[in-house]
Write a protein that binds this ligand. Structure first.
Ligand code: ADP
Ligand code: 5GP
Length: 187
């Protein structure tokens, strides 16, 4: 079967992982697409659950082999991508796929899947909020936070290209809005 695809994109720190993890609990017919990535594993992350952690060399080999549905070098030497095999794996189980990915990757996948895709942009209240949230998440170095914030302005400019925009200011409101949009799309 070919199921539906739901894509959440946003600048880093806007809250897309929080929203996606909530939706996975609410809708058992969804499964998270585990991306491949070449960044270091953070404390608390598990290989094969959060990402397939691979080296830059292995990532480049998979690009050359045509194994990715999409990929981006989101930050220098930090490649992230969706393996075609991951999409097939989830569809084979009869589930719909939910993706958490950067803005360019999200727009790319949306084009590939057409009407079968719902692409949602998670908007932070401001870029200052992103910085505060990334600091409070305690996963990034000051350099990594600066790199992420440095990209946010360009990413926010692309928000109108998505099917919907969810403002993630008050979390409970954003979660309820996400549930409604996704529930309607899955009907
Ligand atoms: P992303 O996946 O977009 O990088 P996360 O979901 O990891 O973002 O959220 C970044 C941090 O902000 C996390 O520590 C998360 O708990 C927190 N957070 C998410 N939504 C909100 C919100 N509405 N208000 C305050 N903090 C939030
Ligand atoms: P993080 O390092 O915070 O886990 O992710 C950094 C960025 O890469 C986030 O915007 C995240 O959504 C994005 N990302 C994760 N997986 C993929 C993917 O498969 N493809 C693309 N293009 N971006 C991804």
């Amino acid at each position: 079967m070919k199921g539906k695809v739901i894509i959440f994109s946003a600048p880093s720190g806007a809250g897309k992982t929080t929203i996606v993890q909530h939706l996975l609990k609410v809708y058992p017919q969804l499964e998270f697409s585990v991306s491949a990535c070449s960044r270091e594993k953070r404390n608390g992350e598990t290989n094969g659950v959060d990402y397939y952690f691979i080296s830059v060399e292995e990532f480049k080999q998979k690009i050359a082999n045509g194994e990715f549905a999409e990929y981006e070098e989101v930050y220098k030497d930090n490649f992230y991508g969706t393996l075609k095999s991951e999409i097939e794996r989830i569809w084979k189980k009869g589930k719909h796929i939910i993706f958490d990915m950067d803005v360019m990757g999200g727009l790319n996948l949306r084009l590939q899947f057409g009407d079968n895709a719902l692409a949602i942009f998670v908007m932070p209240p401001s870029v200052d909020h992103l910085e505060l949230r990334l600091k409070s998440r305690e996963t990034e170095t000051p350099e990594s936070i600066a790199r992420r914030i440095g990209k946010a302005g360009q990413e926010i400019k692309k928000a109108s290209l998505f099917d919907n925009i969810i403002l993630n200011d008050h979390l409970e409101t954003a979660l309820a809005e996400a549930e409604k949009l996704v529930g309607d799309f899955l009907k």
